[in-house]
Design a protein around this ligand. Structure first.
Ligand code: DGJ
Length: 673
């Protein structure tokens, strides 16, 4: 709700709970009641925290636009929201505020220089007020193979500022900034959240001022001089996405997931079980080995075979050949045709790894176009950034990729990006990358793209407007994946994120987990396998086959239902997906720690219809979880029928699972006779 009376910058007077239908008189009274009182040692007129907070309006916290004085020119209703036009100091700023059907506010700023002088833009974030009850903050950090680690604290006077200067989101991406009532959890608490749909440098903050107001903000981070607007030029900010819930983080996820599921680019087909070749063979590619891997993959029920890094001319390691998007005649003397024929002949789709934004110095491209090589002076994974903001460079790589897509039936590109940019205009580079993805998808409308960036270094609503899968992390260690999955899914629904069964020990940690745990963990996503199946035992292959069948049976539910996570403290954790009509559900009860009690604690299964009775049964994933000696609960063998109210308020007693083990249960509402 905006107070857009008068000629001043409108103020957000409420975003949160639906206040019901209010009469004009009630709206006036509400707006009047939100005008600030004048405190001691303050300006003589009420300070205003506008939609674009300005120093000239008395706001001394972090501003929405530096150095400008703006006033309201127009408020224009559009189908799902309003456009607010502010003008002043030779600038025209249109703030777009659109509320989608899922309750997510889409906000962005369009700034035009209407004056004769050039204008250098410093920053133009989306800024929203937080109410005083929001006393606690949550956002994310992380490292390679350990992305989206949550971090929380109270909100104090001052600024909690997170910046990405990676030229990409980075492994320590703040991801979603959340503020809420103290102790908010997955199922309880009132929470306000902001996410920026941008894959480049950005700033997000929570700023609590001693004047008694708090803001939450997110916007692109610009370097000095990066955006200079001549007369008539426009800067369009990335979209920021704001959501509120009085049902904790699950309530936020429900809104964000609804938003992603409504995207035109949202994957419309069943998510094919995928095999990715990276950890199976790394750079050791040839038809004999990969043809055999494809046969084994088809045998266990894989539906998409993705040839990862190592297929390009001279790409025998990670030191060379990026930029030369031709098939290596040494390792693939007959091209990729024979492998693709084998893959497709076995009924699988074919996917190919690419890294279009990059160039190795040891490449034909760098020799021919040294002027396109940039990314600072430091090589990173022995590679540099290809200057896609140069149209000739973008067209060159686009045409090379189109030639591949024309030459071969490629259903899917795994689009990697393995370094920070460290210099140059990130704004121009990210915009050009988006354009390149759009150009490829326009030319090949059925083409799917996965967003990967050394694992989960690029996951946001900007890239997801044009991609159908994300790679949340390079780690296939199922223990670490449990946490990465739990928090990545705060924003992104399960059908987007790649979840692979790896071999044991895990390549990234050297830690071994049971096949049962690896299967259960990879089920909750867009499932796949990343394992040299030639080294798997016949029993393991059989297990994979059973698991693949279960995935096919459950993916309709997993990829459309509501994600629920229990707030029960300690171990085990509970993650479930409940069908929209609550007629069925699937839950994983996962133990990540050694038990602190002699039995595993009773766990509640949230989100069910309290009035319905559910038949609960264990899902056979092809490998039984490891348990301690003792007597397991009878329901594990026999199943059990309980109401949603009982399951939600009392819960189930888990079997005596060992650490790093999980049990998956299916719940089906029982028909009443
Ligand atoms: C990093 C990715 O995250 C991996 O999955 C793999 O594709 C390698 N790059 C290949 O170089």
């Amino acid at each position: 709700m905006l107070d857009a009376r008068g000629a001043v910058v409108p103020a957000v007077i409420h975003w949160g709970a639906d206040l019901g239908a209010l009469t004009d008189a009630q709206l006036e009274t509400l707006a009047d009641s939100r005008v600030r009182v004048v405190g001691p040692s303050a300006a003589d007129t009420p300070m205003r925290l506008g939609l674009v907070p300005l120093l000239s309006d008395g706001w001394t916290g972090l501003p929405g636009l530096e150095g400008a004085t703006l006033s309201l020119s127009a408020v224009e209703p559009v189908e799902t929201g309003i456009l607010v036009t502010l003008t002043g100091d030779g600038l025209s700023l249109v703030v777009e505020l659109l509320l989608d059907a899922h309750g997510v506010l889409h906000a962005r700023n369009r700034l035009t220089n209407t004056g004769a002088q050039p204008y250098a833009l410093a920053s133009l974030p989306t800024v929203l007020p937080l109410p005083p009850v929001a006393q606690e903050r949550l956002d994310f950090t992380g490292v390679w193979a350990g992305e989206r680690e949550p971090q929380r604290s109270g909100i104090q006077h001052g600024t909690w500022l997170r910046e990405s200067r990676h030229g990409r989101n980075g492994h320590d991406d703040s991801y979603v900034t959340v503020a809420g009532t103290p102790g908010f959890g997955f199922r309880h608490g009132e929470v306000w959240a902001l996410h920026l749909g941008w894959s480049g440098d950005k700033r997000t903050w929570i700023d609590r001022s001693a004047v008694g107001l708090t803001t939450i903000a997110a916007g692109e981070l610009l370097t000095p001089g990066e955006i200079r607007l001549a007369q008539g030029d426009e800067y369009v900010s990335p979209w920021a996405y704001a959501a509120w819930s009085d049902a904790g983080l699950d309530g936020l996820s429900s809104r964000f997931h609804g938003m992603f599921r409504a995207l035109p680019a949202h994957p419309s087909s069943s998510r094919p079980l995928t095999l990715n070749t990276w950890e199976a063979v790394y750079f050791e590619q040839d038809l004999t080995r990969l043809g055999a891997l494809a046969d084994l993959a088809a045998g266990v029920g894989v539906e998409r075979f993705v040839l990862d890094d190592g297929w390009m001319t001279g790409r025998i390691d990670d030191r060379r050949a990026l930029g030369d998007w031709t098939v290596d005649p040494a390792r693939w003397p007959e091209g990729l045709g024979p492998l693709i024929d084998r893959v497709r002949g076995a009924g699988m789709q074919f996917g190919l790894w690419v890294e279009p934004e990059m160039v190795s110095l040891d490449s034909t491209l760098a020799l021919e176009h040294p002027e396109w090589v940039r990314g600072g002076t430091r090589s990173w994974r022995h590679q540099f950034v290809l200057d896609l903001s140069n149209d000739a460079a973008r067209e060159h790589v686009r045409d090379a990729l189109l030639a591949l897509l024309d030459a071969y039936p490629i259903d899917y590109l795994k689009w990697d990006m393995n370094r920070d940019q460290l210099g140059g205009s990130v704004h121009a580079q990210v915009s050009a990358t988006y354009r390149l993805m759009d150009e490829l998808r326009a030319a090949h409308p059925g083409l799917e793209i996965e967003s990967c960036s050394s694992g989960g270094g690029r996951i946001d609503a900007g890239v997801l407007a044009r991609t159908q899968r994300v790679w949340p992390s390079d780690t296939n260690d199922a223990h670490d994946r449990q946490s990465i999955m739990r928090w990545t899914s705060l924003l992104v629904p399960l059908e987007y994120f790649g979840a692979h069964v790896g071999s044991a020990p895990a390549h990234t940690t050297g830690r071994s987990q049971s096949l049962s745990f690896r299967l259960a963990t990879a089920l909750f996503g867009h499932a796949g396998i990343e394992w040299d199946l030639a080294a798997a035992t016949p029993a393991e292959l059989q297990s994979l086959g059973i698991w693949a069948q279960r995935y096919r049976e459950l993916r309709g539910l997993l990829h459309s239902g509501d994600l629920v996570r229990s707030d029960d403290l300690g171990d085990p954790t509970v993650t479930g997906v409940v069908a929209a009509d609550r007629s069925e559900a699937v839950f994983a009860i996962a133990c990540l720690q050694s038990p602190r009690e002699s039995v595993r604690l009773t766990r509640r299964l949230p989100g069910l219809d309290p009035a319905l009775e559910y038949r609960v049964s264990v899902v056979d994933l092809g490998a039984a979880p490891l348990t301690h000696a003792g007597i397991p609960p009878a329901w594990v063998a026999d199943g059990i029928t309980l109401t949603g109210a009982v399951l939600g308020a009392v819960g189930l007693e888990p079997p005596l699972l060992m650490p790093d083990e999980a049990i998956v249960v299916k719940l089906v509402a029982v028909e009443r006779s």
